[in-house]
Every structure is written in C-alpha cells, then in structure tokens.
Ligand binder design. Structure first.
Ligand code: BGC
Length: 760
C-alpha cells in the first residue's frame, strides 16, 4: 500500500475530449431520420416517457401496467429494472412486439459501484485522487452494463454546505474546483472512450441545479440564491460534467427564482443549452413535473407545458407527458417541433450507446458472472476505502496499533455488514461485505488478541427506528437490555490494552430524505463512548457515517479519531489496514465538520464582510459568535497522517507576472516523521481587491506526493490567469489585474503564502 502514487496533478483542462458529441455517426443520423419519418405522434411521445419497473423505488409513484405500456410503444426508458434476465425480457417486448422495434434505454442509480460497492461518494472525494475515482466509475460501468444497464443517474455533483442535508453523502463536498475535477473523472470513468463499448454506460449529471442548497438542510426544500453565487460556487461542477461529455442531465426537485428546475426555462435553456452548449437530453427527477402541483403551480397539464417550454426531454415516472402532450399539441399549447426535438435527442442517445445496432449486447449473464465482484474490483474497493479514511485526531501517536496487544473492539458497527455500503447499495448483497472485526481477523488474526462486544444498539430511540424501518432498513433492537450490553462491553474493555470503538450513523440516516436536525452520533452510542472513555484505557474512535458530524465532545475526550465514512464492501479489510499501519491514512476532508450546529452553514471559502473577525480580539461589533469561534472543528482539506509533513515557504518564478504568462509557485515538502506517507498539497488563491466581493480564499489546484521518512520533494503549481477568474456583476467570467495571494498548504487553514502583482 501507499506505493502506487507518485504524483497526481489535477487540472481542469486535463480531460478535453467530449465523448458524447463525437459519437453520432452518419449512419446513426440516417437511421434516426428514417425512424422519425415513420413514427406516429404517440410513438414519439412514448420515447419521452420513463417508467419505474419497481425493483427499488425512491418516491411515492410506482408505474402500473409497465409491460402493456411497452407493448403499446409508450415507454422510452425504464428505471429500477436490472439483471440480464429482467432486462432481456422487457427489451424483448420493446424490440419484438412494437411496430418500430425501438429498444428501451435502461437506467438506474449506480452511484458508488454496482455489485462491488465502493466508499460512498463523499468518502471517495476525500481521496482527492482522480485516477482512482475514475477507475471506480469505470468498474461500476463494467459491472452495471453486464447486468443490462446502459445509463446511470450519476455523478451527483451538488455542492453542499449544510451537513444536515442527508444527501451530502452522495456528493463531493463543498468546493467547486474539487467538485469539478471529480465530476469530470466520473463522467470519463462511466462513459469511457467509446459509449458503444460493452462496458460503458451513459452518465447523468444531477441534480441540476442547486439541490444541495436546500434551506435549513431539509430535503426537497426551497432554494433561493443570487446568480453570482450560483455561477461562482454551485454551477461549476455541473458545467464540468457537461464539458466532459455527459450524455444526460437530471433536473432537481427544488425551485430556483421561484420556479422548480423542471419548469425553469432560464436554467435549462439559457444556461444549460445556450451558455454551456449541452447537446444531450434532460430527464426530470422522480415525478418532478407532477410535484410542481404541490409547489403551487397549478395542475399537471400546465406544468407539462412548463417542462416542455423549458426543454425537458424525458419525464421520469410522472406520466405527465404521456397523458397530456397530445392534447396540448391539439390545443396549440406546445408545438410538434418541441416533441420532435426531444424525441430526436433520446433516439440519438440510444444510437450513441449502440442500442439501435444491438439492443441486447449489454445483457450478458456470462459477463455479469465474470465481472461482478471480480477480485480486482474488490481490491480497488479496498484500496479506495483505505484512501478515503480521514485521520481527524491522533494524540500521542496512539495509531497505528501495534502487534501483540489486546484490543477491545466495541460498538454496534464493529461487526456490522449491512451498513457498510451506505445508501444506494441496492445491487449487491450485503453478505459479501467484510466487517471491521473480520477485517482485523483477516489481517492481524495471529498478531493481536481481539475481544469483541456490541456495546449498544445502533439506535435506541424508537421514533428513529420506526422512521428508518418505514423505508425498509429492518433495524431490530437487541433483545438484551441496555445495561447488559454496556456491562459486557465494559468487561471486555477492562481486559484490554486499548479500546477501538466503532460507532456512527445507520446507513439509512443518510441519503435521500434523511435530513437530521442533530448531527452527532446517536445519543445511546455516545453514552457507550463516554463509559468507555471513563475506563481510563486509551480509546480509538472509528467513525462510520455519511455526513460531517458534530464531534466537539469526542474531540475533547477521545485521543484518536478515524473517519471511515461508509466504505463499501471491503471497508472492514481497509479499516484494518489503516488501524494497523499497512496503509498510512491520507484522506482530506472535502466538507467542514462544524464545531456546533449553530455555525451551519460553515465552509472555508466564505465571503469577506465589512466587519472582519479577529479571534484574538474581544471587540464587539464584528462578524462573530460570542459563545463559540467562527472556525469549524475540522476544516476543508484537513486530515492527518501517521507521519508529519513540513512545508517550505512558497517560491515564485516571479512576483510581477504579466498577461497570460504562467506563474510557477513551488514549495518543498519534507516527511519529518517515521512513516512513508502521502500528502495532498493544496493551492489556494486570494484576490484581495476586485470589482465584486470575493471569498477569503479559493482552491485552485492540488497535488499528491508520496514521501519516504526524511525525504523531501519540490512540487510546483503552474498558475495562469484562468485560476484568477471569477464572475463579475454582469456574470462575465473574467480576471482583474492587481495583487493576488498564493497559498500552498496541508489544508485550507494551514498554508504558506506569497504575494504577486499580476498586470494585464
Ligand atoms: C432521486 C434521484 C434518483 C431518482 C431515481 C430520485 O428520488 O432524487 O437522485 O436518481 O430518484 O432513482
């Protein structure tokens, strides 16, 4: 481990190829023209309709009479239908029993792996490792395509600043630059070089737009935001996904400027199509056109007109298009041209995916059996899970654990497999996962003495259990009493040299519709942790969760904290690798952990105010809380290693760059500790004076470097005016000459800085 990476440089200009727009051949165009010439109005409308086959469901609407509707040519796409058998059976109906034999496009939420589950996306983002993230998407595509899927509703690229929102787990955190790099890597991984290849699937950038900014972190809630904030901080990852060639974009549930995204013409037409040149098709989120009615925008018919006028091509599950487009056309509320455009876009996607040539070639039991859970895939999952871990605290170098000790492994997640993969783990079997207890036994069985106790239930509070079980979590309380479980845990703890407590959220507490108002570890688990700390034995807290948590008490009282997120089916092996030093943790946070709930939203790239705060001063009229600091507990980019890294001052190739010149900013990083380790050096830039207010600093680059103990390496960032650009009051993307501060460091707070004056 720790050996494969020498240097990874992320650059947004790295992936220039737009796969999607290059894949339509002259033959495809001819076939589509011929089809369009033959299609009836009803058949065209059918292509715009996506139904839910019901193998997993995320919303209240479930499609009825799916097979009959396919026969009648009323289905262009299906979700929640997979496995070669199921897909072949449904595709057979479309291809053999409809007049024009147009195949169905099968899509689904392949979010972090298919049968081989990788760490949840928020965890993967903490690797800051683009080749690895791309590889995970590639493996997911390989497995999902063998199971008959040709389209994933991923990447989810919503910027998030509020950890109460449960879907932070599905994204890449708070930063637009890192989020853009990840969006590109994932699109590239899913779609590959050739969308027609057996193992590529089409990507869908979602949820356009601003879904991560739901007020108060409550899912599906209102969003209200200035345009300048949208363009500067929230739009870049969507645009990056589109630039990388994503074949589709999904609308979000929320409103923007008082209009839900699915009916928002400015967003879909002006921004996405005209400004960004998006050529693929737009699908709604689940029944999102229908949901415009409870939003207060009248009946479904009116909202179908809105969606059509916005340029939304496919209606997910709601059947509004199916029910009303013909009538609306007859009433001159929409035009045939609008239906033709949408239908053509969907046929183009099918052509580019190779479905018009061979509707079945992706369904292969043989290939599915070979690729799903392949040893190499599991090995990548293990590597990814280890690299996702973020070491939050490690007093007195308590970690890594040494051999020959007695370890009390305690907690409801210590020998758990069901929660390890987090949300969107529907395709695999949780029984294939490796728990932490198993991981330690696999790796260190002979070297350590392991004592185990569950210690408490994952959740004790009946209301939370009822809510989780309502959505099928199947949580059961242990038959033993709280006291019995605690006593057993304390008995084991008292016999041990060191306690490893594996605690966190149930996987059902994160993901869609899982907003939490309190974001600590559940109270009953905290009681267990307090009792373990009270024993006086050293405690390592291993966290599994899908969002930043409030950890003030834990940070004050527990000497070592390792954030492992939901690491996928190899999590147990990977966590054992990290705990015992086989892998030296290198993950860095991509979203701040608040000190207290009252700070939310808290993020590193906040705007300057007219009353800047100085934490050494008690001055009153400043932008501050008087009871707590402004700073989060753990900031963006933060993460420790078993070794230590020292940064030199920043060296600049010039302090007076001009025009389009490239400025080089270098630092030397030295491994000053005892272990080989990987560091992610981060480049931030401050624009102290501009024509609009700017953030205190913004991430503009990062590089990973592996260093042996005592080794030093120089790393250099090339900076051009591209990195200085921002959206001005006219929403033009420009840079303005003047002074800039270049920061390079180990996280967004601990940096070395140097100034330049950059003139035109
Ligand atoms: C979610 C989407 C998902 C869709 C289909 C919706 O409820 O918001 O992210 O892709 O369901 O499963």
């Amino acid at each position: 481990m720790n050996k494969s990476i020498v240097l990874i440089i992320c650059s947004l200009t790295f992936f220039t190829q737009n796969i999607f727009s290059q894949s339509l051949t002259a033959k495809d165009k001819r076939v589509i023209d011929e089809l369009m010439g033959k299609m009836t109005l009803e058949e065209k409308i059918g292509q715009l309709n996506q139904l839910d086959f019901g193998m997993d469901v995320t919303g209240p609407a479930i499609s009825k009479d799916v097979e009959q509707k396919i026969k009648e040519g009323k289905v262009g796409s299906l979700l929640n239908a997979y496995t070669p058998e199921v897909v072949r059976k449904l595709q057979d109906i479309a291809v053999k029993e409809t007049r024009l034999h147009i195949p169905i496009l099968f899509g689904n939420d392949v979010i972090h792996g298919h049968q081989t589950t990788f760490p949840v996306p928020l965890a993967l983002s903490c690797t800051w490792n683009m080749p690895l993230i791309e590889r995970c998407a590639q493996i997911a595509a390989k497995e999902a395509s063998a199971d008959g899927l040709k389209w994933t509703f991923s990447p989810m690229v919503d910027i998030t600043r509020d950890p109460r929102w449960g879907r932070v787990v599905e994204g890449s955190g708070e930063d637009p630059y890192l989020g853009s790099c990840i969006a590109k890597a994932m699109v590239k991984g899913y779609q590959g070089k050739d969308l027609r290849s057996d193992s590529s699937i089409m990507a869908c950038v979602k949820h356009f737009a601003l879904y991560g900014a739901a007020e108060a972190g409550r899912d599906y809630n209102t969003v209200d935001m200035s345009r300048i904030r949208m363009y500067q901080y929230y739009f870049p990852p969507y645009k990056a996904g589109v630039d990388a060639g994503a074949g589709s974009v999904m609308t979000s549930f929320n409103e923007i400027d008082a209009m839900p995204a699915s009916g928002n013409k400015w967003l879909m037409n002006d921004v996405l199509r005209k400004q960004w040149g998006f050529k693929g098709f737009i699908v709604t989120d689940y029944a999102a056109i229908n949901e415009m009615t409870p939003h207060g925008l009248g009946d479904l018919k009116d909202n179908v007109v809105r969606a059509m006028n916005a340029g939304v091509d496919m209606d997910m599950v709601g059947e509004g298009y199916l029910s009303y487009l013909k009538k609306l056309l007859q009433g001159n509320k929409i035009t045939l041209q609008q239906i033709n455009v949408a239908c053509r876009r969907i046929l183009e996607a099918k052509a580019m995916l190779g479905l018009l040539d061979d509707p079945y070639k992706y369904c292969s039991e043989e290939r599915a059996a070979k690729v799903n859970l392949a040893p190499a895939h599991r090995q990548t999952a293990r590597d990814a899970a280890a690299r996702s871990c973020v070491l939050l605290k490690n007093d007195n170098q308590l970690l890594p654990l040494s051999k020959g000790k007695t370890i009390a492994l305690i907690g409801p997640l210590a020998d758990d497999k069901k929660n390890l993969s987090g949300s969107w783990d529907d395709y695999g079997d949780w029984k294939n996962a490796v728990s932490v207890l198993e991981g330690i036994k696999n790796g260190q069985g002979n070297d350590v003495n392991i004592l185990y106790a569950k210690g408490c239930n994952l959740v004790e509070d009946q209301h939370t259990i009822d809510v989780l079980n309502e959505s099928g979590e199947g949580l059961k309380k242990d038959e033993r009493s709280v006291e019995t479980m605690l006593n057993e845990a304390l008995e084991q703890a008292n016999k041990a040299d060191i306690i490893v407590a594996v605690l966190g959220e149930a996987k059902g507490m994160t993901g869609e519709a899982t907003s939490r108002a309190e974001i600590g570890i559940p109270e009953n688990q905290k009681d267990l942790l307090k009792a373990l700390v009270k024993t006086g034995k050293p405690v390592v807290l291993v966290l599994m969760n899908g969002r930043p948590l409030t950890l003030q008490w834990e940070n004050q009282h527990v000497p070592a904290i390792l954030e492992t997120w939901f690491g996928g089916l190899e999590a147990g092996n990977a966590i054992a690798d990290v705990l015992f030093g086989k892998y030296n943790p290198s993950g860095k946070l991509t979203q701040c952990f608040p000190l207290s709930l009252g700070q939310i939203p808290v993020y590193y790239n906040y705007k300057k105010t007219g009353r800047p705060f100085d934490d050494k001063s008690l001055e009153k009229y400043k932008s501050r809380y008087f009871d707590i600091p402004n700073a989060p507990l753990y900031t963006f980019g933060y993460g420790l290693s078993y070794t230590t890294f020292q940064y030199s001052d920043v060296r600049l190739s010039t302090t007076m760059p001009k025009g389009n010149q490239t400025l080089q900013a270098a630092v030397t990083i030295t491994n000053t500790g005892k272990y080989a380790g990987e560091e992610t050096a981060q480049l931030y830039i401050t624009d102290p004076v501009a024509s609009v207010t700017r953030s205190v600093k913004e991430l503009k680059g990062f590089q990973k470097v592996l260093l042996q103990p005592g080794e030093s390496k120089e790393i250099t960032f090339d900076i051009t005016p591209e990195e200085l650009k921002f959206y001005n009051e006219k929403l033009a993307y420009i840079w303005e000459p003047g002074e800039f501060i270049i920061h390079i460091g180990t996280n967004s707070n601990e940096v070395k800085s140097a100034k330049v004056k950059w003139m035109k």
